[in-house]
Design a protein around this ligand. Structure first.
Ligand code: COA
Ligand code: MG
Length: 307
């Protein structure tokens, strides 16, 4: 825990842009064909809820075929498996290990034990340490135990990188009403963000089901950004651009970060903990924030090939 707090919550993980993270049903041929060329930062190929029981094996095979082809490397590819406790999970893990995605997304996580069990299974299968884990936060117990789950990302064998809000399952499991917006769910979402930050993980917001409602989607992205989420999970390509805008680093923020970095680099400010910049107090923690933001902005600029 101390490790990540000393790093201002960033941990030792490489910084990635995860503004727009699109679910692609693994059994949808047309969607698979499109996935590599879309402008999202990450793709989650879904073997779980988007794929019916009779389609599980064909969907696994479709992913093996997809990953066997040459593909653009500017994106992060993730596979969502079925729960390891169920009938399909272990076969999904086998297929995912063969595909070598950046990460496996575990659904229906109930507690830290689920992450530990997945790590043990990956070790047993000699999976590369580069194969990371993401966790769906979509059961009441996961929200209640969010910190313990996030903390599994801190050990030497840790693979956990990212917490993903599963708002549809949370609504189903709790009976919470989502009549106009997510006000009754907000504290649970904030708990996900808080736990992720405590362990230096990323946090992604849940999906917006009504994919033809662009205005509503933008509003929810803005809200999620203000709540501290790194990005949003998406269900439709039309949601990619608005998410990239909402969670992207704006030119104004880049300029501000540069000014902070330049100011601390001046000889007269060397060794100072706090300085005054344009009538504002700026501390070294702001310098760390600025440096992180500049790295993220640089990543965003480097993206865009093949879109
Ligand atoms: N990934 C990649 N491409 C997608 C896509 C996705 N998630 N959703 C739609 N597309 C493509 C379609 O194939 C279509 O391509 P084309 O016009 O080049 O042939 C185009 O985008 C327009 O699609 P549209 O007709 O507007 O939507 P649809 O009716 O085909 O699909 C959904 C609507 C909701 C069924 C579909 O978007 C979907 O399956 N989303 C993901 C659902 C999911 O994974 N859920 C589990 C996690 S919550
Ligand atoms: Mg779910």
């Amino acid at each position: 825990m101390v490790k990540s707090e000393n790093n201002n919550g960033a941990g030792n993980r490489p910084i990635r842009a995860r503004r727009s993270v699109l679910y692609v049903p693994a059994n949808n041929k047309r969607a698979l064909e499109k996935a590599a060329d879309l402008a999202c930062d990450s793709v989650i190929f879904d073997l779980e809820d988007a794929v019916g029981p009779d389609d599980k094996e064909p969907a696994r095979q479709a992913l093996r075929d997809w990953f066997a082809q040459a593909r653009s490397t500017d994106k992060e590819y993730v596979i969502r498996v079925n729960a390891l406790s169920g009938a399909w999970g272990r076969d999904d893990i086998g297929a995912a290990c063969a595909c070598e995605p950046a990460a496996i997304l575990l659904p229906k996580v109930y507690g830290a034990g689920d992450i530990v069990a997945a790590q043990a299974l990956l070790k047993e299968r000699n999976a590369s340490p580069d194969l990371r884990l993401w966790a769906m936060m979509e059961t009441p117990r996961a929200i209640a135990d969010a910190l313990a789950i996030a903390d599994t990302g801190l050990g030497p064998e840790a693979r956990l990188d990212c917490l993903v809000a599963g708002t549809n399952d949370l609504a189903k499991e709790t009976g919470v009403a989502v009549p106009d917006g997510r006000r009754f769910m907000t504290s649970w979402l904030m708990q996900i963000v808080l736990a992720a930050r405590a362990a230096g993980l990323d946090a992604l917001d849940g999906v917006y089901n009504n994919f033809r409602d662009t205005e509503g989607f933008r509003a929810e992205c803005d809200e999620a950004r203000q709540m501290g989420f790194d990005g949003k999970t998406l269900i439709h390509p039309s949601q990619i651009d608005p998410a990239n805008t909402a969670f992207g680093v704006s030119p104004r923020l880049v300029e501000d970060a540069k000014q902070i970095a330049d100011a601390f680099a001046r000889p007269e400010n060397k060794g100072k903990g706090v300085i005054s910049l344009n009538g504002r107090m700026v501390e070294r923690l702001h310098l760390e924030q600025a440096q992180r933001l500049l790295k993220k902005a640089a990543m965003q600029r480097n993206e865009g090939t093949g879109r």
